[in-house]
Design a protein around this ligand. Structure first.
Ligand SMILES: [Zn+2]
Length: 162
């Protein structure tokens, strides 16, 4: 038997003043998206903003529905929007933020499992890590260099047989 071990890592900064200009800009875009989230059922507002390798920024926010499973997360709105309009263009970085008056958020909000899987697939297609910036109700910001820090054993269907 062999035991395999993963090491995951994230950086924590105390506020956006410590971010680079490009990271701060993307985080601010995510907050703008968060402000227009459609979240009347959860009151959990999430915004995402991503930067493509061609420099374009795509935003998304959570879109809820009275038929709960029909809603979709902010991250997937942004990622699918970008991929649908610029297929094959790598995602360099994604910022995800959340705010709520209903829950106490001591730490930045991290993507759900489904969104991790989706981000992982686009990272794999691009062949380069996607930088992930996370913030919640506090000034605290987490930065991760690649989705493997959130989803070490992503689902992978394998290589196509010829
Ligand atoms: Zn999600």
């Amino acid at each position: 038997m062999t035991t395999h071990t993963f090491t995951i890592a994230y950086k924590e900064v105390a506020g956006e003043a410590q971010l680079s200009d490009s990271d701060r800009k993307l985080l601010n875009e995510a907050w703008l998206a968060c402000d227009s989230a459609y979240a009347p059922y959860s009151n959990f507002h999430v915004g995402a903003a991503l930067e493509l390798a061609n420099g374009l920024i795509f935003k998304g926010n959570n879109q809820e529905n009275a038929a709960y499973p029909s809603g979709i997360c902010a991250e997937r709105v942004a990622v699918f929007s970008a991929s649908s309009q610029y297929p094959g263009v790598a995602i360099k970085c994604i910022a995800v933020v959340a705010k709520t008056d209903v829950f106490h958020l001591a730490n930045p909000v991290t993507p759900c499992g489904a969104c991790r899987q989706v981000i992982a697939e686009y990272e794999m297609l691009a062949g380069q890590p996607i930088r992930i910036i996370l913030q919640g109700n506090s000034e605290k910001i987490w930065i991760l260099e690649g989705i493997s820090n959130l989803l070490p054993l992503m689902f992978h269907g394998g290589e196509l047989k010829k």
